[in-house]
Design a protein around this ligand. Structure first.
Ligand code: GLP
Length: 261
């Protein structure tokens, strides 16, 4: 696991955008995994800037989102499909038809989840998955207690997550849907490169557990310790509980520039 401690979110966005740009430059048909939430915003903004300057193009890229609320109406602004459209799709040159997400309005949830798994497999799997992390250590919407081998399925959101996400629903936790569809932890772990961003003191405990904790369903992101290619980009506040913070900082500073993300 590579841990990079940055000065600010703009720098984190630039580093993550570098990794995505390198991937797409090497393979214009790459498959990327998109995440919602505030953490990836700096990546999307930086990628939009580079697309505008003609540095990178998503014209042939396929994208799969991590998760979706169950039951939100088609035009609800917080439906994750609409969030991704607003935050990413409209800012870059990706074909909206190449952006896929689990169907939170499906009448047959199990079939929709199975179809989503099949679509990811048919696309050749995800080359690079962008991730945020919940304050309770969730990735996607895999809440504490999730099977570390899980596939795309329905989950019940915790009170903590509904309270964290209430800011998107007028501050009312009860307005946040109770259920979601999410790629499973096994699904996420199949992506070839995982790129996780986190910032702020509120994420410090989750980041500590992710990087240094025992691997446990209690902190689902801790399973990333078992993945061969993970990059964690965090600010100093999110790194504030890391015992190994100075080791990570020194290691990254000593890296030749061309080997940095
Ligand atoms: C949300 C999403 C996650 C996201 C996380 C953190 O509930 N389902 O994919 O990573 O919570 O969000 P944020 O980056 O806004 O803190």
């Amino acid at each position: 696991m590579e841990v990079i401690i940055t000065e600010n979110t703009a720098e984190a966005g630039r580093l993550a955008a570098d990794a995505i740009q390198d991937l797409i430059t090497a393979n214009p048909d790459a498959v990327i995994g998109l995440a919602t939430g505030s953490s990836p915003q700096s990546i999307y903004d930086e990628l939009a800037r580079r697309v505008g300057q003609g540095i990178v193009s998503f014209a042939r890229v396929q994208a799969f989102t991590l998760d979706e609320y169950v039951g939100l109406p088609h035009n609800h602004p917080e439906r994750y499909r609409n969030v991704i459209t607003r935050d990413f799709v409209t800012k870059v040159d990706i074909d909206p038809g190449n952006v896929h997400g689990p169907d939170g309005q499906a009448s047959d949830i199990a079939a929709a989840c199975a179809a989503y798994e099949e679509a990811i497999t048919a696309a050749g799997g995800v080359d690079l998955q962008i991730l945020g992390i919940g304050t309770d250590g969730h990735i996607g919407f895999n809440e504490p207690g999730s099977s570390l081998a899980s596939r795309t399925r329905i989950k019940t959101l915790t009170k903590q997550t509904r309270s964290d996400n209430a800011r998107f629903f007028g501050g009312d936790p009860d307005a946040v849907p109770r259920h979601c569809l999410t790629q499973g932890i096994g699904t996420i772990m199949d992506a070839r490169h995982l790129l996780l961003l986190a910032s702020g003191r509120g994420k410090a405990e989750a980041v500590h557990q992710l990087v240094e904790g025992p691997i446990s369903a209690l902190w689902p992101a801790s399973v990333l310790q078992m993945h061969a290619h993970v990059t964690v980009i965090i600010d100093t506040a999110a790194a504030s509980r890391l015992q190994l913070a100075s080791y990570f900082t020194e290691t990254y500073a000593a890296k030749p520039t061309e080997q940095r993300l």
